[in-house]
Ligand binder design. Structure first.
Ligand SMILES: [Zn+2]
Length: 208
């Protein structure tokens, strides 16, 4: 399972504890981080004292979402407001926006964590000012991968979104299977007490 390589993100470990032949039941121990695989970021991830995943409202996580598509998006592409407006001219009725780059085609490869397409600062501000409450993507982050701790500009768009109460859903997969612009999103994190995020099962309900 995908986990960003950093000392603060543990690798996933799954081990069998109970065994049918011995304990008469099967059980497992699971070790994972709050940002493992498809997951949701709560404000507390980057905002000291920010709200936590157990406090994230289900209203933000479940409901109508709009899918913006950049199929087979090339690495390093910066997505601007005008790119999004071509598909979504009016934000007034949209609370949740999901971005498809088909970046999950690199799931499990080194490329997944390299040069992913990212949002411009203007695009992030436009979404926030437009009243969007949830932004999802099939990349590791909305931020420019060149903006990192080493560059002294660590995750500015994460901070901007989370400070403004926008829930982030990252590492989405199989968005190419959603054929409609609009669908019902169900994004359910584990209710981890004081959690800064949680692996999540995220599904699209599509009326065909
Ligand atoms: Zn995260």
């Amino acid at each position: 399972m995908l986990t960003f390589i950093a000392p603060w993100h543990p690798m996933v470990e799954i081990s069998i504890m109970g065994r049918h032949g011995l304990e008469g039941r099967e059980t497992r121990k699971i070790v994972f981080g709050t940002h493992t695989g498809t997951h949701i970021d709560a404000p507390a991830h980057f905002v000291p004292g920010g709200s936590t995943i157990d406090e994230t409202s289900l209203d933000a996580l479940v409901g109508k979402a709009f899918l913006v598509r950049f199929p087979q998006c090339l690495p390093k592409r910066k997505i601007n407001i005008r790119d999004v407006k071509k598909q979504l001219p009016d934000l007034s009725k949209v609370k949740r926006v999901i971005f498809r780059f088909d970046w999950s085609r690199f799931w499990g490869q080194e490329q997944f964590y390299k040069d992913w397409p990212f949002f411009s600062l203007e695009l992030a501000s436009w979404l926030i000012e437009g009243g969007v409450t949830l932004v999802g993507m099939d990349t590791p982050s909305p931020d420019n991968p060149m903006d990192d701790r080493a560059s002294g500009n660590d995750s500015p768009l994460h901070k901007l979104f989370l400070k403004n109460g926008v829930t982030l859903v990252e590492y989405l997969a199989r968005l190419d299977e959603v054929k409609t612009d609009s669908f019902d999103l169900v994004a359910l994190p584990l209710k981890i007490k004081q959690g800064d995020g949680s692996p999540s099962r995220v599904i699209a309900l599509v009326n065909e």
